[in-house]
Every structure is written in C-alpha cells, then in structure tokens.
Design a binder for this molecule. Structure first.
Ligand SMILES: [Fe+2]
Length: 191
C-alpha cells in the first residue's frame, strides 16, 4: 500500500477489487464510464447545477449498497493510517459530481469557518481519475501558501485536513467528469 504524506493531506491506496466503489457508482448512475457522465442524454437540457444535483441525488439514494464499502475502508485502512476516534465517521458521506465543463461546485473555504471542529479530518475519495481542474484544490501549507489540485488515480484516496486549510474547486476545464465522496471523522492521532 502506498501512503504519501503532506502537512495538509495524506494519500493512501486501497484495493479496488475488494472495494468496488466504481462499479457501485456506475450501476447507481446507469453509465459505463463515470468520467463521461456529462454525456448522459437526460442531462443535456438541464441547467448545469440541476444536472449535477440530479446525479448526486442518484448516488445518495443508492448509498445503502455502498455503505459496507465505506465501512471497510475506514475499519481496514483509515483505522491503520490515523485511527478513528470512537469508530465514528460521516455516513452517508457527501457525494460530489463535477461535470466536465461546469463551474466550481465548492468555493474556497476552511471547514472550521462552518462549525467543524479543528481536529476533524476528511476522507476524500474520487471514483474517477482526478487531477488539475476536475479535482479538489487545497492549500499547500508552509511559508508560501498556494492552492494545488490533488492528483489521484482511482484506487487512491486522501485523508485531508479540510478543517484548517482552504480548499475548494474551480471550473472543470478537463473533458472528464469527477465523482467523489467525502466523509468526515475525528482521528485518534493527527496527520
Ligand atoms: Fe469543505
């Protein structure tokens, strides 16, 4: 298992054969390719935020079949990486659908400014390859603070300190839709 660390986040690998998040999402959204979700016929005539909301609702409605996958991710991997205080994590998670060509789905903010405890962390798990403008951007801590996109392949997730670091998204200028989930929890040990 690869695990790389940064003061603001840690990238961890999981076994996609055992935790088939992508297969579950393809079924929930009735598409063969998640990265091409923006081509689905029923989305073509909808305003962009309505189209994205429809897809998020479909994922949320189908969550029951995904819950064991997320539970195993936490018990097998997140627990080993940073621990999960009281074994509690956010379920259902928040699903994000950032269709190709669409504007930001989250303006830049820190979660502590919205009432989240400063000790909270977020599991950010993309169900599609995520890089550049289709990804989550987060500030790089250090003397020269700069917003940078997370670059993750499917099969990787990030444990992110979204409470204390600015993060958000920008207009998705790639040809690929990004689908991700995020789930908050309190770690036993900090990053
Ligand atoms: Fe946030």
């Amino acid at each position: 298992m690869r695990s790389t660390s940064n003061p603001t986040h840690r990238i961890v690998r999981f076994d996609t054969g055992r935790l088939d998040f992508q297969g579950w999402a393809k079924c929930a959204l009735d598409v063969d390719s998640l990265e091409e979700l923006h081509r689905r016929s029923d989305l073509q005539d909808l305003p962009v935020y309505e189209a994205m909301a429809r897809c998020v609702a479909q994922l949320t409605q189908a969550y029951e079949a995904c819950e064991p996958l997320l539970r195993n991710l936490f018990s097998d991997i997140v627990e080993r990486e940073v621990g999960v205080r009281h074994g509690v994590f956010q379920t259902p998670p928040t699903f994000r659908v950032h269709l190709a060509g669409c504007p930001t789905i989250s303006n830049f903010h820190r979660d502590i400014d919205y009432g989240m405890g400063k000790e909270c962390l977020t599991v950010w798990l993309p169900l599609t390859r995520s890089w550049d403008s289709n990804s989550l951007w987060i500030e790089n801590s250090g003397d020269c603070r700069k917003m940078l996109p997370l670059r993750l392949a499917y099969g990787e997730f990030a444990i992110v300190d979204t409470a204390n670091n600015f993060h958000g998204s920008i207009m998705n200028k790639t040809d690929n839709t990004r689908i991700s989930l995020d789930s908050r929890f309190i770690p036993k040990t900090f990053l």
